[in-house]
Write a protein that binds this ligand. Sequence first.
Ligand code: SF4
Length: 82
Amino acid sequence: MACYTKVEKETCIACGTCGAIAPEVFEYDDSGFSQSVLDNNKGVQAVPEEVAEDVEEAYEGCPSGSIKLNDTPFKPKTPVSS
Ligand code: SF4
């Protein structure tokens, strides 16, 4: 099954775990925060099957829960309404 991923940079603590586990998918910006290189961190391009297990491991290993996984593409962020 296809999966999609992106990083919530607001909560990332720049620990370096995900890039060590799945370097094909996660890289760090100039401040050390992680992002998905697949689609500029939008979560709309399916994770390649050959790295899907690594992405899942990174997801499970992220200490701040910042890596998001979904089986459908993420929707663009919309303003929070109350
Ligand atoms: S494992 Fe989580 S907290 Fe650590 S760099 Fe990656 S996204 Fe950020």
